[in-house]
Design a binder for this molecule. Structure first.
Ligand code: HGY
Ligand code: MN
Ligand code: MN
Length: 412
């Protein structure tokens, strides 16, 4: 079977999708169910239809694009990723796994391949945490990892809930209907840029992921006392901005003193009010991202941060609320599937490396549903979540080819 990936067609689609953004190109931003996210979804659904895939959408907006196999009694082989993008993002994160999967399917169709097991592409809702502070909303619900009650309690920064945003996204049906039955798929394989420097630095074509690091997120609201910057003398100030600043430094300290180079801590959301230069900050909102490849190490740092928050706020007489939005275990990928994917890449004469993913992905939760692994491709200096994120058409082509041949192997 002669499979050839049309890398120019794929690059054009990646470039076209990048123009659907809330920001000025080349900056990509597509936050859950925003106008640009909805336009991006429509663009991708169109590509799926052009590839002859049958579409359905679940109650939280996960999109399923289906290529029927000859034996409908067999669980399908699945792939997928996301097209939502954080503020100031690039055009490859998630998108390579969605548009690349469509291209892999089109290449198999052109080669006359007819799958025995159906092949299903999933475009997951809200892989990024921007809207509610928690990532992988769609795959958490698919994997039954997020309770309906927790999902209903989610709020964005303006206090809007999931029901509001589901209505914006045109979602219908009950959230209870989203959860997938265990082993409803024979396998799930996600193609993604590495979002790290290893493959490029070691000049390796393909990464096969064995483990996905353990993410956690804290959301804090600090309330101090505002006042006139000139008339409020320093003694006795209850400055929410300074408490927030001390907490951000405590996050850095906790992440750099675990003894593990794999602990990473980031205060990625840091908002203060009223945000006037001549007014003492009365309120602050923080969202803290803490990860490690080992849960134990991560949890030690997490408890240290929570203790620091209490100490800092007590000393500074700042009221606070602190919520664990998510504290997830790592995912261990299916050893057999990792092996199969590795053999597929080697058979194509690509250099291959088994890896840990420091970024989280929808695969973190699909691993709760079925045997899962990921295919990584190199990206420029490991840059991601920034507009200069880049993988070349040739690097993408290799990843898509491994995905296509993996489909042939798994669904044939
Ligand atoms: O944050 C992450 O790891 C993913 O890119 N959302
Ligand atoms: Mn991302
Ligand atoms: Mn991603």
């Amino acid at each position: 079977m002669k499979i050839s990936i049309n890398k120019n067609r794929l690059q054009k689609k990646i470039d076209d999708l990048a123009l659907i953004t809330e920001a000025a190109p080349p900056v990509v931003t597509r936050v859950l169910f925003s106008e640009s996210d909805l336009r991006g979804r429509a663009f991708v659904k169109n590509l799926c239809r052009e590839a002859g895939l049958v579409l359905r959408e679940d109650a939280v907006g996960n999109i399923f694009a289906h290529w029927e196999g000859t034996d409908k009694t067999l669980p399908a082989v699945a792939t997928g990723s996301h097209i939502d993008a954080i503020p100031n993002a690039g055009k490859y994160d998630g998108v390579v796994g969605v548009l690349g999967a469509i291209e892999a399917i089109r290449a198999l169709q052109a080669a006359g391949f007819q799958p025995k097991r159906s092949i299903e592409l999933i475009i997951f809702t809200s892989e990024e945490p921007t809207r509610f502070g928690i990532g992988c909303l769609g795959s958490r619900l698919l994997g039954g990892v997020l309770s309906i009650e927790r999902a209903a309690a989610l709020r964005d920064h303006d206090g809007k809930d999931l029901e509001f945003w589901r209505a914006q996204g045109g979602c219908t049906g009950s959230l209870e209907s989203v959860k997938l039955p265990k082993d409803c798929y024979a396998a799930f394989v996600e193609l993604h840029i590495e979002q790290g420097p290893i493959l490029e630095a070691e000049n390796v074509d393909i990464g096969v992921v064995e483990k996905i690091a353990a993410p956690s997120t804290l959301r804090l609201q600090l309330t101090g006392v505002g006042g006139h910057a000139g008339a409020t003398l320093m003694p006795g100030r209850r400055d929410a901005g300074l408490a927030a600043a001390e907490i951000a430094l405590a996050v850095e300290k906790a992440a750099t003193t675990t003894g593990s180079p794999d602990t990473v801590g980031t205060t990625g959301v840091f908002r203060i009010e009223p945000g006037a230069v001549n007014s003492v900050p009365c309120r602050a909102w923080l969202e803290i991202d803490l990860r490690d490849t080992l849960v134990k190490t991560r949890d030690v740092a997490l408890v240290q941060i929570e203790a620091a928050v209490k100490e800092i706020c007590t000393r500074r007489k700042i009221e606070f609320t602190m919520e664990r939005l998510n504290v997830d275990p790592p995912a261990i990928c299916d050893a057999k599937l990792v092996g199969t994917t590795e053999v597929v890449a080697k058979t194509l004469n690509f250099s291959v490396k088994r890896m840990i993913s420091r970024a989280y992905h929808d695969s973190l939760f699909m691993a709760q549903v079925c045997p899962t692994t990921m295919i990584f491709i190199p990206c420029f200096k490991g840059y991601s979540h920034r507009p200069d994120e880049f993988s070349s058409p040739e690097q993408i082509e290799k990843g898509v080819r491994v995905l296509a041949d993996s489909f042939a192997e798994l669904a044939g």
